[in-house]
Write a protein that binds this ligand. Structure first.
Ligand SMILES: Nc1nc2c(ncn2[C@@H]2O[C@H](COP(=O)(O)OP(=O)(O)OP(=O)(O)O)[C@@H](O)[C@H]2O)c(=O)[nH]1
Ligand SMILES: [Mg+2]
Length: 159
C-alpha cells in the first residue's frame, strides 16, 4: 500500500512560503512555548535559509517558566533571536517588534542615508496550525484583522 504521508496541502503551503519569502524582509517564526522543539517544522530552516528571522515562542503563559528559560538559552546559543510571547494578552509582542527593528537596523539606516524619510518593513508570520499566528497579527495590528479560534486550521490559507 502506498501511504501518502505528505499531504498535498503541506506541499502547497511550502511552495507558497517559498514564493512569498522573496517579498518580505524578515520572517517571524511562531512556535508553541509548551512544545519548544516539536512545534517547529523541521523543513523550516532550509526553506527560510539566510533570510533574517525572529523565533517567537507563543503561549508562554501556558508553559513552564523553568523550561522556557532553558529553551531560550538553547536557541540563543544556536544564534537565533528569541522572544517569548502571550499573543492573547499581548505580552512580549512589543519585544518582537523591537527585535525586528534591530535585525533590520542596517537596512533602515542605509535607506535613511539615501534620503528616504521612512522605510516599510515586510514581515511574514509562519507557524504550524493553532500556535497563535492570527492572535499575534491582531495584537501587532491593534485590531481584529484575522479570525482566531480554539481549534487548528482556522486560517485556511495565506493571509
Ligand atoms: N493562553 C494563550 N492562548 C493563546 C495565545 N495565543 C493564541 N491563543 C489561543 O490559541 C488559539 C489559536 O489561536 P489562533 O490565533 O487562531 O492561531 P493560528 O495560529 O492563527 O491558528 P490557525 O489559523 O488555525 O493555524 C485561540 O483560541 C487563541 O485565543 C497565547 O499566547 N496564550
Ligand atoms: Mg489563524
Amino acid at each position: 500500500m502506498n501511504v501518502q504521508w505528505y499531504p498535498g496541502h503541506m506541499a502547497k503551503a511550502k511552495r507558497t512560503l517559498e514564493e512569498n519569502l522573496k517579498l518580505v524582509n524578515i520572517v517571524i517564526e511562531l512556535c508553541d512555548a509548551r512544545l519548544p522543539y516539536s512545534s517547529r517544522n523541521p523543513a523550516i530552516d532550509s526553506i527560510i535559509g539566510k533570510k533574517p528571522r525572529v523565533l517567537v515562542f507563543n503561549k508562554a503563559d501556558l508553559a513552564d517558566q523553568t523550561q522556557s528559560d532553558y529553551w531560550m538559552d538553547y536557541y540563543k546559543k544556536q544564534g537565533f533571536t528569541v522572544v517569548f510571547t502571550d499573543a492573547k494578552q499581548g505580552d512580549g509582542v512589543k519585544k518582537v517588534i523591537a527585535a525586528v527593528k534591530k535585525a533590520m537596523e542596517e537596512k533602515v539606516s542605509r535607506s535613511l542615508e539615501r534620503g528616504r524619510i521612512a522605510t516599510a518593513l515586510y514581515a511574514m508570520v509562519v507557524g504550524i496550525p493553532n500556535v497563535g499566528k492570527s492572535s499575534f497579527v491582531n495584537k501587532v495590528a491593534g485590531k481584529a484583522a484575522a479570525r482566531t479560534g480554539d481549534k487548528p486550521g482556522v486560517t485556511g490559507d495565506k493571509q
